[in-house]
Write a protein that binds this ligand. Sequence first.
Ligand code: HEM
Length: 422
Amino acid sequence: MEKGQATTGTETGDRPEFPEFDPLVPDHIRDPWPILARARREQPVFWIPSLGMHCVTKYSDIKAILADSETFSNAGANVMRVPVPDDIEIPPGCPFPSVGDGLANQDGDDHFRLRRLMQPAFGRRRVASYADQIRGIADELIDEFEPNGSADLVVEFANELAMQTIAVVLGFKREDSHEFRAWTNQFLYLLSSPGMDQEEARRLWVGLIEWYKHIEALVQSRRETPADDLISDLMAAEPPEGVKPLTDSEIIANVIAFIVAGTDTTAILITQTVRRLHEEGLWQALREDRDGIEAVIEESLRLTGVVRGLNRVVTKDTELSGVRIPAGSVIYWMGSSANRDEEKFENPAKFDLQRKNTHEHVAFSGGRHFCIGAPLARLESKIGLNALLDRLPNLRVTEPEVEFHPSFITPTPKRLLIEWGA
Ligand code: HEM
């Protein structure tokens, strides 16, 4: 049998494999695109034994998944895989260990209610009101490293901009963002590392509860005295008749979701856009003509693969690209592969600023779970890039090969070294 052809079928569904691709192998994290192009041609839906999931790679299949949240559900797609140790008490009102209150873990009417109440806080006009604060953060970060002549863009700029921005938008103090990294990691480990030893589990749960208490204190204080921030907006959201207002526990669960979903993602986009502009020799041209900046960000979203893939739970027997997928299966849909599908995007690997259908990419997903933070991510990337273009006119990337922290969802670049002397 040829490589990449279907290898197995079972009574409960087909499990063709495509062993050439493993989303956690470093070479495949760095450059999965040629292998995924082969998968789309030869075996567009395949079983990944190490993840226990069906991987879906084609644009047309992924659009079908995103349009049908009844068959491909988010409810239960994420659970805390490390149980709470017996001697740890969960405070009343704390959403954990359930993550069910988070937008990304619901479907149907429950999800619709949350989205409806939260959407205005993320609308384009409201988000634009944070622009000056975001530019202020970007300028202060650049002030710190500009005299050095060189910097690590990931650590000194992109990560900090993303974390400090989400902190001030939500209503935290900027310096609180310094703990977001550790807390986010704790949350992700508890979500995805079953079999962790008890001591480690205890340490991480204690940390997560501390995070909860910190957010709870802020939520309490906004209940007493509202401010000009997103948490206050969520509290002020007026439900239509018959719809329950947001509870504190729901707000807390989603504040955590915003921090987890909105920091690494935006930092990756900024980092990879700078790298691509350097590679394409477009830094100076964009510096002189900023009108193209939105097209740059959109084409970069299409090509970067910020979110490589995400999960859905299949609720009834179904079929994708001829592969039978039984109810109860978990799929791993790779929007990053769909965005390079040659049946959708002509010459897909090309960074093409004249492309007519760039905006049809699925980097922010689609359908009901379309990224609620997309306007903020776009604004923040634009402000971050503009600040770099204004302040570091001769920016060059000095080590273009990027290494990543491994993840099959959002692999993050470890560093990107830049310099800007004449
Ligand atoms: C470049 C930056 C970003 C990218 C590429 C990105 C990508 C995504 C994707 C692919 C999803 C879809 C999940 C699904 O279909 O299951 C999503 C959902 C989500 N994103 Fe983003 N995101 C970014 C930035 C942000 C920011 C800045 C925030 C928050 C402040 C945010 C908050 C969320 C939330 C809460 C959801 C869940 C929405 C729902 O399920 O209804 N994201 N994002």
